[in-house]
Ligand binder design. Structure first.
Ligand code: CTP
Length: 391
């Protein structure tokens, strides 16, 4: 997502400085080139050598060793992150003080800045610091964290630097056009489980990766996102409201509760079509053969499409073979506005994979995409939703 972007990472004096090693590595993994500026205090917590290895670039810590870098670095940068941002740098920045390499470069920069504050709670709650921070925010400076928890000094309170995942999410958000910022997006992901007895259930194959990628993408584009998830082993995306469910009827109830206040619904979950008629309270004992009586589960997508105040609805259609016709039929019969088809027989795409190969179908046409990451598929799906909602 950050291919070709140039990012300055400023590090100030805080015990959280070591976390920035990971941040720099992740920025580089996403394709960004990273220039690191360390204050004198930062170098007491983490060595320039460690940062040099992580960033694979020059470490700037002395104005006079790199004359004019305080002008050339900001001129070429797409983003400036201060991680950790001490009370000292916040105070200096808010007062236009430029007395070292970092504060001088920051003052010479006019693009997007993200601050990740980190300090003791007494400093963070000091009204003087808060006033300076609020002033910076009023000028459009972005902040991420700090979080509440146990602080390095052993005290509990607010002041712990946001973790790398949260800082990365705010990086994606500021680098992405906010074209979903007036949307309330409801997404389902993962499988459902239909219990037979206390230890057994019927389920569908689904890792949840596609649905979680959709939730992340909608979030970084500014949407208010709710993710209704069946049982999966994935971390909740940052800033997304999570609703965890197990059965199809729990998912049905959760979706219907939110659907009429949502503007977009993406039914990415692999919902079990059937559930056992009866759930035994004791473990079923083995017999030579057994017959399971199943009842049909409600079709969630169709139920939402019947609502009077219905969101823009997107379904998924996983088929064996190139059954685009069947996917289109599903879009019609379920009254969906769009359906995303994939062929489950294709190798290395779909189930459990980080990649997918899909065709996006809607009432105005269809677009077959090459194999790409699920994050990119998610971006393509919302690009098309945005396009269609404009028509
Ligand atoms: N879906 C749903 N409720 C169900 C079953 C499916 O909302 N009870 C949604 C899925 O989340 C998906 C779309 O409907 O977005 C298509 O799902 P799929 O399982 O392919 O469709 P089915 O109608 O179950 O058809 P079949 O199993 O016969 O292929």
């Amino acid at each position: 997502m950050l291919q070709g972007k140039s990012i300055i990472v400023g590090i100030t004096g805080s015990v959280a400085a070591y976390k920035t090693l990971d941040l720099v590595k992740r920025l580089r993994n996403e394709g960004a080139s990273v220039s690191v500026i360390m204050t004198a205090s930062a170098q007491r917590f983490i060595t320039p050598l460690s940062m040099q290895i992580a960033s694979q670039g020059t470490i700037y810590n002395d104005m006079f060793e790199h004359p004019l870098s305080h002008v050339s670095l900001p001129a070429a940068a797409d983003l400036f992150i201060i991680s950790p941002a001490s009370a000292n740098i916040i105070g200096k920045y808010a007062n236009a003080i430029a007395d070292d390499m970092l504060s001088t470069t920051l003052l010479a920069y006019s693009g997007t800045v993200i601050l990740a504050p980190a300090m003791n709670w007494r400093m963070y709650e000091n009204p003087i610091l808060r006033k300076q921070l609020d002033y910076l925010i009023s000028l459009g400076i972005k902040t991420v964290g700090p979080e509440k928890g146990s602080l390095a000094c052993g005290e509990e309170g607010i002041g712990r630097m946001a973790d790398t995942g949260a800082i990365m999410e705010s990086v994606y958000t500021v680098m992405t056009p906010q074209d979903l910022n007036s949307e309330r997006v409801l997404i389902t992901a993962g499988p459902t489980r239909e219990h037979l007895d206390p230890v057994r259930f019927i389920s569908n194959r689904s890792s949840g990766k596609m649905g979680y990628a959709l939730a992340r993408n909608a979030k970084v584009r500014g949407a208010d996102v709710t993710l209704i998830s069946g049982p999966v082993s994935l971390d909740a995306p940052y800033g997304v409201e999570m609703v965890r469910v197990e059965t199809a009827s729990e998912m049905h109830e959760a979706v219907l509760e939110k659907a009429s206040t949502s503007s977009i619904l993406v039914m990415c979950a692999a919902v079990s079509d059937f559930a056992p008629e009866k759930v035994e309270t004791h473990k079923i004992e083995k017999t030579e053969s057994m017959t399971l009586n199943l009842r049909k589960n409600p079709d969630i997508l169709s139920a939402v499409a019947k609502l009077q105040k219905k969101p823009f609805t997107v379904g998924f259609s996983a088929e064996s073979g190139n059954r685009i016709d069947r996917a289109r039929q599903k879009m019609e019969s379920k009254h969906a506005d769009m359906i995303v088809f994939n062929d489950i027989l294709k190798k290395d795409a779909g189930f459990d994979s980080d990649a997918n190969e899909v065709t996006i179908l809607d009432r105005k046409g269809e677009k077959t995409l090459p194999r790409m990451s699920k994050d990119d598929v998610a971006a393509e799906i919302f690009d098309r939703v945005v396009e269609l909602k404009k028509i």
